[in-house]
Design a protein around this ligand. Structure first.
Ligand code: AMP
Ligand code: GLY
Length: 435
């Protein structure tokens, strides 16, 4: 046991991170710096988390519970949404294990868009007007009266592909069939037709113990595959923080009018929410409106958030699981961080795996290369997924952070990589709600 300067003994914890993406590498990287950490495990992890990896898939809840009991894990942190929607938190709690994240019932905020809309309505949260349909003909009749542009969403989890932003009527009508004719399975049984909102998007992630919420630093993601927000929607091609369009007044409004009412209604509904509440916001001319909730850390939002977090992540997570978040004040680095995702060629459509990658010997000051879809095969580093690396750098200004991140991207030996060249550029444009 080590001792702090104040003379208090530091409790050492054994921590398990579930997942294998860039988000999980960033979380593990930050946790590995904690003075409270005894030992870290990542299941199943990637090449970046190699020293901590345990070969258990993130969806194998029974095996994860067994591992946590066997290894006397003090705290488990879940990265992806699937295990949360499958009830990993309930299973751990039933086994008497401490876990950070929402229960299966609370995870419906992301798992069912219709459930999310009900909570938004009950909490009186500003959001896009919306109708839910189970019959494609009724949906089409409604769309014809509403006109374009409009937004179609599959109710359930669809790996980020269940949303169609239809700029014309034909695309909207075709979209109904695409979502409802079986391509999305159970996720497409219900269809939401939503008002189209215009503005800049901001991701605001909050730690919460169910009663108190603490916002993390705001982030802007780049969801489309190509420069200029063109091409297909992806899991996220890059992030930066903070976006200059954000300010303290906006934050106060979002916490007061959107986040806190959500927590209150979730508690009243019998599904209190503990974990990360991720608010996908659209900053419209009428003010911030909620596009969606996620019930977990974002990817690649987490890469820049962890880069900027000054506080000890482990003690924050611990406080959330004990309902003591109100005692914690978060500290952030006064810097701008940028993360550029290097993806496999073709992502988010079909892409090859097993492409060789060579990392530079040094990454430079204030930079980290987070791994996502990587593995070590026969002693060599290669790609194993769509999003492969998250090249992350910080600087005093957005311009500096971008320069550092892109210089590091050039130094990575991954010649076929697909990446966007305009991550963070929006933050250098003149401020406006609608640019
Ligand atoms: P979601 O999965 O709900 O976040 O939707 C994915 C993306 O679709 C969002 O990040 C937005 O870019 C876009 N989107 C979703 N809902 C709307 C809306 N009501 N108006 C405009 N764009 C939207
Ligand atoms: N980057 C968006 C998400 O994690 O859902």
């Amino acid at each position: 046991m080590i001792t702090l300067e104040r003379g208090e003994p530091v409790k050492k914890r054994r921590v398990l991170v579930v997942g294998s993406g860039g988000r999980e590498h960033a979380l593990a990287w930050k946790l590995s710096q904690s003075p409270e950490l005894e030992r870290l495990f990542v299941a199943p992890g990637n090449a970046g988390t190699e020293p901590w990896n345990v070969p258990i898939p993130a969806q194998d809840i029974a095996a994860l519970v067994q591992f946590a009991l066997q290894e006397a894990i003090d705290l488990t942190l879940v990265g992806p949404e699937d295990p949360l929607s499958l009830g990993i938190v309930d299973a751990f709690q039933e086994a008497g294990l401490r876990i950070f994240g929402p229960t299966k019932a609370a995870a419906q905020l992301e798992g069912s868009k219709a459930f999310a809309k009900t909570i938004m309505e009950n909490a009186n949260i500003p959001t896009a007007a919306c109708e839910v349909f189970e019959d494609p003909q009724q949906a089409k009749t409604y769309i014809r009266t509403l006109g374009a542009p409009c937004v179609l969403k599959a109710d359930g989890l669809a790996a980020g592909k269940g949303v169609i932003v239809a700029l014309d009527l034909e695309t909207a009508l075709q979209g109904v069939d695409e979502i409802m004719d079986g391509n999305f399975g159970a996720a497409g049984k219900k269809l939401l037709v939503e008002e189209f909102l215009e503005g800049q998007e901001v991701s605001l992630l909050c730690f919460t113990d169910g009663v108190t919420a603490r916002p993390m630093v705001p982030v802007q993601d780049h969801k489309r595959a190509l420069d200029g927000d063109k091409g297909l929607n992806t899991g996220g091609m890059g992030t930066y923080s903070p976006p200059p369009i954000w300010n303290a007044e906006l934050e106060e409004r979002v916490m007061g009018d959107l986040v806190n009412p959500t927590l209150k209604v979730m508690s009243e509904h019998g599904t209190p929410f503990q974990g990360v509440l991720f608010m996908g916001l659209m900053l419209t001319k009428e003010g911030p409106k909620l596009l969606e909730y996620n019930v977990r850390f974002g990817d690649p939002e987490t890469q820049v958030v962890m880069k900027r977090l000054d506080s000890d992540l482990l003690s924050v997570l611990w406080a959330c699981t004990e309902g003591r978040l109100s005692e914690i004040k978060l500290a952030w680095k006064d810097e701008v961080a940028v993360c550029v995702v290097m993806a496999a060629p073709g992502y988010p459509s079909a892409y090859p795996k097993g492409l060789p990658i060579r990392l530079p010997e040094t990454v430079g000051e204030d930079a980290v290369i987070f791994h996502a879809g990587t593995q070590i095969k026969n002693g060599s580093l290669e790609s194993s997924g769509g999003r492969v690396l998250g090249v992350t750098a910080a600087g005093e200004t957005l311009r500096q952070a971008r320069e550092k991140a892109y210089a590091l991207v050039e130094a990575v030996g991954f010649p076929e990589a697909h990446f966007r060249r305009d991550i963070g550029l929006k933050g250098l444009e003149p401020k406006s709600v609608n640019n």
